[in-house]
Design a protein around this ligand. Structure first.
Ligand code: NAD
Length: 273
């Protein structure tokens, strides 16, 4: 048996509710943490969705409870984290999956849209991390902070510039929090999903090589939840300040479009003899 080190851990998942047409990253993260033995405070702005994930976890024999808050409001973000930590007697893991892209061409984004994209995708992560960090630092016991970024924070974010800039900001934010609080045992990481899309939680795996958009293989919601679980666990004890890309290999594909029948031609071309 491999010990993930999460049995009895006290975790919060911000955005734990599930909207069936979307990816379900909060639901998946909350379920996996509970399955690993953590008690999960399911923070969500929507009380019914928070209640649903708590019921799902409880039905599996796990431990969870709701905390209702809109983390775009700094006072609510901090009150929710404090309430969760007070209920559990402390905090070991904090996962924030909140975020959403708004689509339009870069030069057509209004001031309000830009500011809203930064708030939803970056600033609220700061609010949540700022609130959670002191709880992890109690007696230097440490713990794990995890946020969702996106491959759009690494490459271009075509037609959703604000989202991409904010997600790039999350990649920076985890490094700085990791650097500033690492000596207290606080690990801080991000998961960067590729094109999970939405509403496909229960679809079967697509084999590598069969999807035209994600030529290597599209990730599913469960792949993101597994990455969150790994980073929260003792298996990642020396991993901090990192962004774990879970995109089925989409970003690392060669830009050359080389096919296997070109090998001989290119080999001959590059052979000086
Ligand atoms: N689906 C993809 O392909 C993909 C790719 C890259 C990154 N992501 C990232 O995944 C995350 C979204 O995951 P999802 O689509 O499963 O989530 P979602 O949008 O379905 O939201 C999950 C829950 O979060 C709650 N929530 C939203 N705003 C909140 C707030 N301000 N305060 C408290 N709760 C709030 C919602 O009520 C909902 O129950 C984002 O960070 C997004 O950038 C998704």
């Amino acid at each position: 048996m491999i010990d993930l080190g999460l049995d009895g851990a006290r975790a919060v998942v911000v955005g734990a509710g599930f909207i069936p047409s979307r990816a379900g990253h909060g639901r998946g993260s909350a379920l996996q943490l509970a399955r690993a033995g953590a008690t999960v405070a399911c923070i969500d702005k929507d009380a019914a969705r928070a209640e649903e994930i708590v019921e799902e976890i409880t039905a599996e024999g796990g431990k969870a409870f709701t905390v209702i808050a809109d983390v775009l409001r700094p006072e609510q973000a901090s009150a929710a984290i404090d309430e969760a930590a007070a209920t559990m007697g402390g905090l070991d893991v904090c996962v924030d999956i909140v975020g959403q892209a708004k689509w339009s061409k870069a030069a057509e984004i209004t001031d309000a849209e830009w500011n809203s994209q930064l708030l939803v995708n970056l600033t609220q992560v700061f609010y949540v991390f700022r609130a959670a960090t002191p709880h992890l630092m109690v007696n230097d016991k440490g713990g794990s902070l995890i946020a969702l970024t996106s491959v759009d924070g690494i490459g271009s974010a075509r037609f959703h510039a604000g989202y991409g800039a904010a997600k790039a900001g999350v990649i920076s934010l985890v490094k700085t929090f990791a650097d500033e609080y690492g000596t207290h045992g606080v690990r801080v990481n991000a998961v960067a999903p590729g094109n999970v899309g939405g509403g496909n939680w229960d679809l079967p795996e697509v084999p590598f090589g069969e999807d035209v958009v994600n030529a290597l293989a599209p990730p599913r919601g469960r792949d993101i939840a597994d990455a969150v679980l790994f980073l929260a666990s003792g298996l990642a004890a020396k991993i901090t300040g990192q962004t774990l890309i879970v995109d089925g290999g989409a970003l690392i594909q060669s830009p050359w479009g080389m096919t296997e029948d070109q090998i001989a031609r290119n080999a001959a071309f590059s052979d000086p003899s």
